[in-house]
Design a protein around this ligand. Structure first.
Ligand code: MF3
Ligand code: CO
Ligand code: CO
Length: 293
């Protein structure tokens, strides 16, 4: 069960109608960075709640669209059209020149898989990562879906990965260091004899897709920024059956496990509150609305 995903043919970039507000990188592909406040105003938080709810809704619908025989490009068309229909810009499109509107990461692809002519087969697992830009802010969420009947080992991987995300979310508490999140995730993965990818991390989010806040998914005492009410970050662990080391394809986006074994990921955007955490991409329409029991 390892290492058979190959690059397919990538179709031309899709366009977004001119009435949709565009992020600053949409035309050039260059991403300007500025110091946006780490603690968000109540007004920005309400806008983020809207972007996050939309991303969660589109992710669920995209997951329902997954079936054997479709291509990852079909998923891109589905997500792109739905996002635009709802009045948002699909954040991945032209972000650092990323050519598509969603990330589709199959089997041993860790993250940032580019939708192309690759066909989904019975037994595959696929992560879809949806981000919406609307009201001047981003909302970011992902989940791993089954394509038809999936083997028991892969099902266990996906279940434990979702649990790891929730362990990380439950570690969010004001006045505690971000490293609490990574510790909770790593502990749960290790207990289940699974690996934690280190090269890709969670991030602050807001008016920018990625801000300067870094959220590690493994324990490192240097990840010592203190969580404050009003901070918004993503928690998005990538968990592996074998090694946590990755290789990069020549497209400079697609990250695959170095041993070709399968990997899974889940992501929520979360707000630090006075008492704990508010999961902005969870709720009724969400793929992972609450901690699995
Ligand atoms: N949504 C991804 C994340 O969780 C980022 C994708 S960047 C892209 O951070 F350019 F590939 F879209
Ligand atoms: Co993210
Ligand atoms: Co994401």
């Amino acid at each position: 069960m390892e290492g058979r995903i190959l690059p397919g043919v990538v179709s031309p970039m899709r366009t977004v109608p001119s009435h949709i507000a565009r992020p600053p990188y949409a035309d050039s592909g260059d991403v300007p960075r500025w110091n946006e406040p780490r603690v968000k105003s109540p007004e920005i938080i309400e806008r983020m709640r809207h972007a996050c709810t939309m991303a969660a809704d589109i992710l669920r619908l995209a997951g329902e669209f997954v079936k054997p025989g479709i291509t990852t490009d079909d998923i891109d068309v589905f997500v792109h059209d739905l996002t635009v229909e709802r009045g948002a810009y699909p954040s991945p499109l032209n972000y650092h020149r990323y050519p598509k509107s969603v990330c589709t990461s199959l089997n041993e692809v860790i993250c940032h898989g580019i939708p192309d002519s690759t066909v989904l087969h019975d037994g595959d697992i696929i992560n879809l990562d949806v981000t919406c830009y609307v009201g001047g802010v981003h909302g970011d969420t992902n989940a791993t879906f089954f394509v038809g009947d999936v083997d028991a080992e892969s099902r266990r991987l996906v279940k434990v990965t979702e649990e790891c995300m929730w362990r990380g979310i439950e570690a969010v508490r004001p006045d505690r260091p971000l490293s609490d999140i990574g510790r909770a995730i790593e502990d749960h993965a290790t207990k289940n004899r699974l690996g934690v990818v280190r090269a890709f991390i969670g991030h602050g989010i807001g008016e920018q897709f990625h801000t300067d806040i870094q959220v590690l998914h493994y324990y490192d005492p240097r990840n010592d920024m203190i969580m404050k009410p009003g901070m918004v970050v993503t928690i998005e662990p990538m968990i592996t059956i074998g090694t946590w080391q990755h290789k990069m394809w020549d497209d400079d986006w697609t990250a695959v496990t170095a041993d070709g074994k399968r990997t899974a990921q889940f992501e929520h955007t979360v707000l630090v509150t006075d008492t704990g955490v508010d999961v902005l991409t969870a709720g009724e329409g969400s793929v992972s609305p609450r901690r699995p029991s």
